[in-house]
Write a protein that binds this ligand. Sequence first.
Ligand SMILES: Nc1ncnc2c1ncn2[C@@H]1O[C@H](COP(=O)(O)OP(=O)(O)OP(=O)(O)O)[C@@H](O)[C@H]1O
Length: 477
Amino acid sequence: MEEESEQKKKSVPVLPWMRSPVDVSLFDECPLELLPFLDPRLEVALQNMGITSFFPVQVAVWQETIGPGSFERDLCVNSPTGSGKTLAYALPIVQMLSTRAVKCLRALVVLPTRDLALQVKEVFAAIAPAVGLSVGLAVGQSSIADEISELVKRPKLEAGICYDPEEFSLDFQSCVDILVATPGRLMDHINTTKGFTLEHLCYLVVDETDRLLREAYQSWLPTVLQLTLSSDESLFSPASTSLPSTFGSLKTIRRFGVERGFKGKSYPRLVKMVLSATLTQDPSKLVQLDLHHPLFLTTGQSRYQLPEHLKSFKLICESKLKSPIKEYSGLQRQSIRSKTLRAFRAGEIQVLVSSDAMTRGMDVEGTGRCFTLLRRDEVTRFKKLLKKADNNSCPIHSVPSDSVESLRVTYTSALEKLKESVESETYRKRKINSKSSSMGKGKELNNSKGISSYLLAGILADHEFNFAVYRSYANEH
Ligand SMILES: Nc1ncnc2c1ncn2[C@@H]1O[C@H](COP(=O)(O)OP(=O)(O)OP(=O)(O)O)[C@@H](O)[C@H]1O
């Protein structure tokens, strides 16, 4: 069986450009002041972020973009989680756009989840304003109307004038130079937002590529590629033949005077940067990206890697302790999730019980220990997953029954308090909003039962249990 999967792995053909990669691990860290051509305004912004030197992947990408490579080839970056990929693409893009004269949407960064997009937007927001660039977010965090008003400036209409709809649409103006988006919301804007256009796009970043390629998300990739092709190219594009029928109504009008480009030169090619910690080698997947002479930058390490200081344990428990963990992520609002994450990052919360919403790519500095709670029947599958990830460092974390017993008193009283607080909160909300009465008593009890499981999981996982996460959960539901 093992041999079979090994054989299968070997039989996947590797694209020719993957056979001669640039080894990122051969690059040294580079102090901030020694990075060639770095705009002094960006240097200050980076210092303000507390960055004093660049990580190897950042130096390697800089060399291929701002350095001698000068963005001539598309880049495919395979580098472990936490190695600094975000800044590796954000910095060259911001530096390249820093000389732009007219504001229009020139860089698009696509990520699979809202949490990851928020994190990437923060990095851009820390450097882009230093050179007068604006960054937008299209992730469905706010209403579509609010998002539209942040992305596109509508022309002012004067009373009594009859406007030609064709000309009128040309007067829309982008409010952002760089957009960080999730595919769903991006497609909403492409399909429905007047004045939202990708016709001036110079840079397309596909972060967490594997995940984005696995799921089609309303054909976002062929749509984006098609909308960024020049009219000549589009006639011959494979993307143009694979679009959904609704796409027929979409077209771009290339405006004169604001061509894609920089430093006054026309630069019609859309530069693509695709990144992952576990980049697929499957040609049939990679071909969808339609890469231009791609350069493959990789650390050459095993495909899956845990962050350096993160220790991982598995903890086998009963199923009733596990199931509500799923519920935790599914029910929480984004604002609450972000608040919780901030508190966790700041060390105000020591234990976070999460579903896979706390996915790869979510950064927590000085990461400590990660416990995966498994039912017995999940152990074999988990082992297989670890094996696929070349990970053999996940020992069993056993909890002696007497240590659980000694926590029972604390647990029981904590649970009682929490139950009271959930009930009084629900009662208060029901009074304020008659709508909430439809939730009914059953839901209330379910929640407190769910929370009890979190509590127990927290206590089992670490004795330094902190209430804050669970209180915020309780207040929300
Ligand atoms: N040059 C640097 N100096 C100090 N810290 C940095 C530097 N570059 C990035 N970081 C920090 O390192 C952490 C990881 O960076 P980043 O999120 O870009 O990693 P990544 O490679 O994209 O990982 P993932 O695949 O998990 O998204 C972040 O907290 C970021 O602020």
